[in-house]
Design a protein around this ligand. Structure first.
Ligand SMILES: Nc1ccn([C@@H]2O[C@H](COP(=O)(O)OP(=O)(O)OP(=O)(O)O)[C@@H](O)[C@H]2O)c(=O)n1
Ligand SMILES: C[C@](O)(CO)[C@H](O)COP(=O)(O)O
Length: 246
């Protein structure tokens, strides 16, 4: 970025330090190839596709910060986007916190986006940014309705039958994606004050008692978690190539 560029107001933190155990043996998940390009590079491009995002902080496996830096230099982001790489932690929460610690003072709005959701469309990213900047709520999540009926069970964990405790009303349920968007001060406070297991950043903000709102997500923002998700991701990329005419 040129010296004259204005300081970043909106930044994206990309936690990419996970191993990808559920994906099976191989390279760390964020470095797996999708359509010939590492998953992390797709995720960085998805964030920098938004004109609002001028800084991306990638949180890398702590033993491979230099390798991730070299990889991102090989696949440069648009010139108007700065990309920092910092070491991650043992949990997603810890990795996000380390990404937040690296943000410059100028940043007021933060997106947190899983490297494992490489194909989120830019319209979804922009919708989240706009909703945060509108000031309606300090935390915004993209979310999609569920296709399956959901049961609450008493988990057994060993493959034996699990007692069903209830069936939440499906119309009130959403599957939550990323990027999740936040007023920076609120997210930093959540990461400082909330401890214990939380699976997403908005969940931490909810625990502060601060309002969180959901905006429409996108089916292509799915998380690459299990081997079949890689097949779907390759299919989405192939369809995009056909639609883009190359
Ligand atoms: N210590 C960790 C764990 C996860 N993540 C990141 O958080 C995102 C969502 O996590 P998930 O999909 O669960 O990835 P993994 O933890 O890698 O997957 P698994 O649980 O299968 O090992 C991923 O981009 C992952 O790299 C991270 O930065 N640091
Ligand atoms: C943040 C997240 O992607 C929202 O759906 C999800 O909670 C991450 O969960 P994971 O267990 O780290 O995959």
């Amino acid at each position: 970025m040129s010296d004259a560029a204005p300081p970043a107001r909106t930044a994206a933190v990309i936690p990419a330090a996970g191993r990808g155990v559920r994906l099976g043996p191989g390279a760390p998940k964020a470095l797996r190839m999708l359509g010939g390009t590492p998953m992390l590079v797709h995720a960085v491009r998805a964030m920098s596709a938004s004109r609002a995002v001028s800084l991306v902080v990638v949180v890398a496996p702590p033993d491979d910060v230099a390798g991730v830096r070299a990889l991102l230099d090989e696949y440069p982001a648009p010139e108007r986007t700065d990309v920092l790489v910092v070491p991650g932690g043992a949990t997603r929460q810890e990795s996000v916190r380390r990404g937040l610690d690296a943000l410059p003072d100028s940043v007021t709005t933060v997106l947190v986006h899983d490297a494992a959701r490489p194909l989120v469309p830019v319209d979804t990213v922009d919708a989240v940014v706009e909703a945060v900047r509108d000031g309606g709520a300090p935390a915004v999540v993209p979310a999609v309705p569920l296709a399956d009926t959901v049961k609450e069970v008493e988990p057994a964990g060993d493959g034996t039958p699990e007692p069903v405790l209830g069936t939440p009303e499906r119309a009130r349920l959403r599957a939550v994606q990323t990027p999740q968007g936040f007023d920076r001060a609120t997210l930093v406070r959540a990461h400082r004050e909330i401890t214990g297991e939380v699976t997403d950043d908005a969940g931490m903000v909810e625990r502060l008692g601060v309002p969180v709102v959901a905006v429409p997500g996108h089916e292509e923002a799915f998380k690459v978690t299990r081997p079949l998700d890689l097949v779907l991701a390759e299919a989405v990329l192939a369809r995009r190539r056909v639609n883009d005419g190359f």
